[in-house]
Design a protein around this ligand. Structure first.
Ligand code: GAL
Length: 422
């Protein structure tokens, strides 16, 4: 009898516990606050996939979106939140900044998730190394963006009787024809990171990969003020002469919209621009064309988006964080996210059947350039140099772009100074 009663009580107690757990939602559910700057049409669709996936797992998504392409504003807001002891669960942090944040001792260790999910086997080693600090994973990647693209509106080119350019000479011939046809040749948004996105494609196309690496990654003084840099700066200024007077301050996605509508003929921008075309219902090869930026077909400027996790005390929040990390690298998420984002999966061995030709070209070129000498990191998108140097050289390039009175020689001297932290 006693035994029966005890068994009954035990059963009651476990039933009560189970009810309490149900009322509280799935045992592992937690809140995950994610800082990102994906607010344009294509970006927001991609971010919504992440939110939806986390919600399906029972977690609560707390959106911490800070508008501003390239993420400069987002990084400023992140710093103040972390300094005040109120870090989000995860933040879009990439390139050398991952190491900078890890040195501060605020990032969470992702080794357990990385091991279960086999990240070491699923990521190219060079990329995995950049996500580790002292041998431990502190960031999870989502994609590979290619920065050195040119986007063109075929209708506008037809109207102008122009050919989509593959060299800088062809670029200026096409720009002249577009101008004569009443089309703005180059859609540009005047913000530092957009100026530099154009600048690094000009540097790569005019100078080649060795020059690009020596000058802009290794910050070699001789290259920063040599004859090739002079040519790069002259070409860059010539590109500006084909932009419209309303470009200062314009957001990148509004510049893309000008190409979508045919108000402008082309834009030099990374493939997040494709996310805008696709979100607007446009079809690659028909409504818009993607080609490598002039002179850069054999090179690939990479920009890898990744998320770092911050150390949290709450166990449910920690679980949600680790689920987020695992989700980012899962095959289904890699596919749906990148279809919307314009990028390609970073996870090796993914099928690309659902991806368009721009993505397929990107994937093939990524592999080919990685085997050769053509794969280079984007400076404009935080992949190459410490953030302080990046900011300084971006300022120099934008001052030169915005003020025709700054001479090529002055710009080169200032670049050398910025590279030395002066
Ligand atoms: C880049 C980022 C991309 C894209 C772009 C414009 O730095 O890596 O994902 O969103 O900014 O906002």
């Amino acid at each position: 009898m006693t035994t029966n009663r005890q068994a009954h009580l035990t059963a009651l107690a476990s039933a009560a516990l189970a009810c309490a757990a149900l009322a509280a939602g799935p045992a592992r559910a937690g809140e995950v606050e994610v800082l990102h700057w994906w607010t344009s049409g294509g970006e927001a669709k991609a971010a919504a996939e992440l939110k939806g996936t986390m919600q399906k797992m029972g977690h609560t998504w707390k959106d911490f979106a800070v508008a501003g392409g390239g993420g400069d504003s987002a990084m400023t807001v992140l710093k103040s939140r972390v300094v005040s002891g109120n870090a989000p669960a995860a933040a879009q942090i990439k390139g050398p900044s991952i190491q900078e944040w890890a040195r501060e001792g605020v990032l969470a260790n992702m080794d357990a998730t990385a091991k279960t999910e086999k990240w070491d086997e699923l990521l190219p080693k060079a990329i995995a190394d950049g996500l580790k600090y002292k041998g431990h994973y502190v960031a999870a990647p989502v994609n590979v963006h290619r920065v050195n693209w040119l986007w063109a509106n075929p209708e506008a080119f037809k109207k102008a009787g122009a050919k989509v350019p593959t060299t800088w000479d062809e670029f200026f011939t096409a720009a002249e024809a577009l101008k004569k046809a009443g089309v703005i040749p180059v859609a540009h948004g005047g913000q530092n990171w957009q100026d530099f996105t154009t600048f690094e494609s000009v540097a790569l196309g005019v100078g080649g990969t060795d020059f690009y690496r020596k000058a802009l990654v290794q910050l070699d003084t001789g290259e920063l003020k040599g004859a090739t840099m002079q040519k790069v700066l002259e070409t860059f200024r010539k590109v500006k002469s084909y932009t419209d007077k309303n470009s200062p301050g314009r957001d990148w996605n509004l510049a893309t919209a000008m190409v979508i509508k045919g108000e402008a003929g082309m834009q030099l921008m990374g493939d997040w621009a494709k996310g805008e075309f696709v979100a607007a219902g446009k079809v690659p090869g028909k409504d818009f064309v993607c080609v490598a930026a002039p002179g850069t077909a054999k090179a690939f400027t990479y920009n890898i988006d990744s998320f770092a996790l911050f150390q949290l005390k709450d166990a449910a929040k920690q679980k949600a964080q680790q689920d987020l990390a695992a989700t980012l690298m899962s095959p289904s998420f890699q596919e749906v996210f990148n279809l919307n984002k314009g990028s390609i999966p970073v996870r090796l061995g993914m099928k690309l059947d659902k991806f368009d030709d721009c993505a397929k070209t990107s994937a093939a070129d990524f592999v080919a350039t990685a085997k050769g000498n053509g794969l280079v990191p984007s400076i404009a998108h935080g992949m190459a140099v410490p953030s302080s140097v990046e900011g300084a050289i971006k300022d120099v390039v934008s001052q030169y772009w915005n003020d025709d009175k700054v001479t090529v020689a002055q710009a080169m001297d200032r670049l050398v100074g910025a590279a030395k932290g002066k």
